[in-house]
Design a protein around this ligand. Sequence first.
Ligand SMILES: Cc1ncc(COP(=O)(O)OP(=O)(O)O)c(N)n1
Ligand SMILES: Cc1ncsc1CCOP(=O)(O)O
Ligand SMILES: [Mg+2]
Length: 596
Amino acid sequence: MLYATNCRISSEESQVIRWVDSHGQKYPYPWTPHFPKASSISHMAHLCSQVLSTSFFTPKPQIPVLLSPGVACIKSFHQYRFLHIKAMQEDKFSTPTSCDESKVRVPHVLTVAGSDSGAGAGIQADIKACAARGVYCSTVITAVTAQNTAGVQGVNVVPEDFVAEQLRSVLSDMPPNVVKTGMLPSTGIVKTLCQSLKEFPVQALVVDPVMVSTSGHTLAGPSILDSFREELLPMADIVTPNLKEASALLGGVPLETIADMRSAAKAIHDIGPRNVLVKGGDLPASLDAVDVFYDGNDFYEFRSSRIMTPNTHGTGCTLASTVAAELAKGSQMLSAVKVAKRYVEAVLSYSKNIAIGGGCQGPMDHLLKLKSNVQRRPFDPCDLFLYAVTDSRMNKKWGRSIVDAVKAAIEGGASIIQLREKEVETGGFLEAAKACLKICRVHGVPLLINDRIDVALASDADGIHIGQSDMPAHVARALLGPDKIIGVSCKTPEHAQQAWIDGADYIGSGGVYPTNTKENNKTIGLDGLKTVCVSSKLPVVAIGGIGMSNAQAVMRLGVPNLKGVAVVSALFDRECVTTETRKLLEVLKESTKIAN
Ligand SMILES: Cc1ncc(COP(=O)(O)OP(=O)(O)O)c(N)n1
Ligand SMILES: Cc1ncsc1CCOP(=O)(O)O
Ligand SMILES: [Mg+2]
């Protein structure tokens, strides 16, 4: 049983909640640092249910969750279904409307923005971006603009009280997971929105501080800046200004270099949003498009090569909506920003030659056919907890098929599987991968393929794991698209830095201990592992000679981004894979209990 407890009030509007088990033991996941402050017990239960419906709990599968004070939920595959509600304080506790077991919850973004008749930006871009990312999008329209690829011909602002009415209609009946804002043309509309969000809190607020259209038309004048700074930004989970907007928010400071962008991100963070993404698309004299992300502790630079196309109208709206969509699906902020950047890059590249309209600012085609399945559950670093890596020689030795080995590891509690089949011929490998994928999908366990991008693509596996001498990770990313999981083997901080730049999702680091499974493999030891972890911006899984006897020593290194252990022989060079996996899982769970 997991309990949600509100353990710390962090501000007027939000609180920190912790998930504990029935022994009072803390669970390290999932993140819920800025949980809206509940006004009543039923409100708390409702907010918890929202978080549960979009975050992915591990260990898996099927952990009943008792919310304080008493909503029991169960995780089945990727959906949380509410089984029953037990009111501990019946009089104060009302049934959330979303508790019908037969209903499937859909991630939902509400966009509060202006309509663009040309449909490249604004509300129309937001709906398309969310749809492309598999997320429902409701809309509150703040202004109706007449515009096309040549520019903005007219703006008609929606009266404040009618914006309020639209907000009430949506928020009171169909609460979104995330609210994303675009064009907010008057101070009154900003205030109305902030008031509504206090009344109906949501899981996250994404603010795109739209001020000027791509064609140079003013969409929200300078009078709006004070209400942005004083009311909206302090409520935001992320704000995504371009250079002009960042400069305006900071009273007109010039922003000409990446160093300026970093200072701006920090100064905007001081205004109150929890994360800032300063978009450097307009940075002069830069061949790359560089965006700077600041989370209050660390800076991250996202670089992508500039795509030469006139079809860039709506990129800002699309980026912010995609961040919102990914958050609604349960991603953490940094992952949401990374996926959104990759998605916009893919759309820009796909749309670079499309011809719509006679003006010089064309729209993009959001609904490009990405090969990957955008509905798939996002990668959660906690998946790395018990990483089972198969081995064809060991399977042969013990007379097991690949499929049987995978089934057994999942039964024992493996949280992610890698098929590392060095000796199997391609046709057999593909068939095995497809069969394993079916099993993994049923259990919500991601399946990765070692080395073979062709097999990963052909089988539609969840991703790949590649080493330093395999295909470069940035090439793999280009081939696999924004959603697939990419893991890279790293023995040094330099490898880890490159893996981050190349767009990997996690790194595998080792051999921590000597191993017979991989020939001529250099052992880096616990010290080497720690050095890599400390320098890595990505989550890390340790590998090499790890088993029951030393897994705790690895997990107790005490570095937060070390998320688990990857194991071959301790699971597969044994008679009963299920038993060994189960035993190792217990050992790992023990080590996290002690660490917490
Ligand atoms: C989780 C994980 N980490 C590291 C490796 C090793 O990959 P690589 O360096 O490419 O070596 P091979 O596995 O291909 O021999 C891994 N497979 N998994
Ligand atoms: C694939 C790999 N990469 C680094 S060590 C290793 C082998 C891990 O196997 P084992 O868990 O049997 O030591
Ligand atoms: Mg390899």
